[in-house]
Design a protein around this ligand. Structure first.
Ligand code: 4AD
Ligand code: MG
Length: 477
């Protein structure tokens, strides 16, 4: 008899059937009731043992966290809280979890403590729910793109290109760091390296995706991305997953339409397929917020917030309009912003973005047409000569969730921009080739997958939506 998952069993319970289930003990009450979870669902399966038939030794080993295999008969439950239960006929202890040493006991643990137990935290209801939703969202991403004519493209992880031109890269080298070979001028000589040039972990697959869009039409990447930025915030990771669609013949408007439809599509998918986990996360949030002052509480329960995002268009505003709104705003009687926006051309801080989304428009916002000087070199210059066809999508509680643009397709304009911004033409000769041969209008964007998971699950810290978070000074696992 094969092992049935608890999810399958509870979805279509057939009374009096013989079942075999495996899982980890959540609780064991009165030497009789085992609450078993196998990760397939939030729900535990109640399994009833006859303690008179079990030895003292076995009873003692049925502790929280222990792995068991149980065989028995599925019956209607007389107790409250569950419809069915298993009357256990045979019990095998697969793995013990000593109660004095197993850290995940049935009580409330802080998020900080659970981060230190990143290898075990998925056995809690909260992390189980978050990781199941994360998995469903990843599936929804692939489903959305494959049903919309996109090809899944695998961007390299080790690359010579600094796609964002921001210099926030992790170096990859086989050279001896304490004594690297040097050129005559004293520079590290990467020609001696395995890759023969300076290489990094990718900060974005965009430039390579552009190459593939200019042959396959519509592509997307979905892979790990690395940023060596020293940001200790609840929105930044050093290693995160990014989804980057890139489309030939799309202008900025088409790009914005796609981004909006895509986000709404994947959120709708989890609303349909992860209801139980989302309802649990919603309840958890309400509990957590009880102790906070009214002003810090979210104005909508989680599921309502998700439906709100799927059911109405995002507000589209130019950077210039946003600056006007910010100048006239009164976010706080005593003090406006920590960083006041005085001049057109300044970059928006997260406090400004959050004001626009949470206080002013009260819905997701797409900001577009940013000043050229605060955006990356590859963005399409507008006819005004000052702004580029960039777009950022800002979400309530999250801030920037998407960054994208129409790309500069004109060879000479791009070369000029690279020169102005100090991007090496020789390094990116192949990128310029895309403008030399069969160039065309094209666009794309990048969505930080963890920020999306954060939004959907309502988790406050990005470290709690990725299995093993990498942040500055943190790579314990
Ligand atoms: O705005 P970014 O830097 O844009 C790009 O990398 C473009 N090349 C994307 C493209 O057009 N193909 O990053 C895109 C998104 C951000 O909006 C944010 O959601 C996420 O990636 N992101 C991070 N997420 C977690 N931790 C970090 N350190 C992140 N940096 C960016
Ligand atoms: Mg950005």
């Amino acid at each position: 008899m094969k092992v049935t998952s608890i999810k399958t069993l509870l979805a279509d319970p057939k009374m009096l059937q013989e079942v075999r289930v495996s899982g980890w003990v959540r609780t064991f009450r009165s030497n009789r009731f085992i609450s078993l979870n196998d990760g397939s669902t939030l729900q535990n399966l109640q399994c009833v043992v006859d303690f008179e038939t079990l030895s003292e030794d076995v009873l003692k080993r049925i502790t929280t966290g222990a792995a068991l295999q149980l065989e028995g008969i599925l019956v209607e439950s007389q107790g409250k809280g569950q419809q069915v239960e298993v009357q256990v006929r045979h019990l095998t202890i697969l793995g013990d979890a000593h109660p004095d040493r197993y850290p995940i006991q049935p009580k409330k643990h802080t998020m900080e403590f659970l981060r230190e137990q990143a290898h075990l935290r998925v056995r809690t209801n909260t992390f189980g729910a978050v990781m199941r939703v994360r998995s469903a969202l990843a599936f929804a991403v692939h489903q959305y793109f494959t049903t919309h004519g996109f090809f899944y493209f695998h961007a390299p992880i080790i690359t010579g290109a600094d796609a964002e031109g921001a210099g926030e890269m992790f170096r990859v080298t086989t050279l001896d760091p304490s004594d690297p070979p040097r050129t005559d001028t004293g520079e590290v000589d990467y020609r001696e390296d395995f890759f023969g040039k300076q290489t990094n972990l990718t900060v974005s697959g965009q430039l390579e995706a552009e190459a593939y869009a200019m042959g396959l039409g519509k592509v997307y990447t979905f892979g790990p991305t690395f940023r060596a930025e020293n940001s200790n915030t609840s929105r930044h990771l050093a290693e995160f997953w990014m989804i980057e669609p890139e489309m030939a013949f799309y202008d900025l408007d088409a790009n914005m339409d796609l981004a909006e439809d895509f986000i709404q599509g994947v959120v709708r998918y989890v609303l349909e397929h992860c209801r139980e986990d989302l309802e649990f996360l919603e309840k958890r949030l309400l509990e957590e917020e009880k102790g906070r002052p009214q002003a810090e509480r979210s104005d909508m329960p989680l599921l309502e917030k998700l439906r709100f995002v799927t059911d109405q268009p995002f507000k589209r505003v130019t950077y210039t309009e946003a600056i006007e709104i910010l100048r006239e705003s009164k976010p706080n009687k005593k003090k406006k912003f920590q960083y006041p926006i005085e001049a057109w051309g300044a970059d928006l801080q997260s406090e400004h973005e959050r004001y626009l989304v949470e206080k002013h428009f009260k819905c997701p916002v797409i900001l577009f047409n940013y000043p050229a000087q605060i955006k990356a070199f590859y963005m399409r210059l507008n006819e005004d000569g000052k702004t580029v066809r960039a777009m950022d999508i800002l979400f309530p509680g999250i801030g920037e969730i998407v960054g994208g643009s129409q790309r500069e397709e004109r060879l000479e304009v791009l070369r000029q921009k690279m020169q102005q911004m100090g991007v090496d033409e020789e390094e990116l000769w192949w990128y310029l080739d895309l403008r030399r041969f069969g160039t065309a209008v094209h666009s794309g964007f990048g969505l930080g997958f963890e920020r999306l998971v954060q939004f959907v699950t309502g988790m406050g810290n990005i470290r709690d939506v990725i299995p093993f978070p990498r942040t500055p000074q943190n790579a314990e696992f």
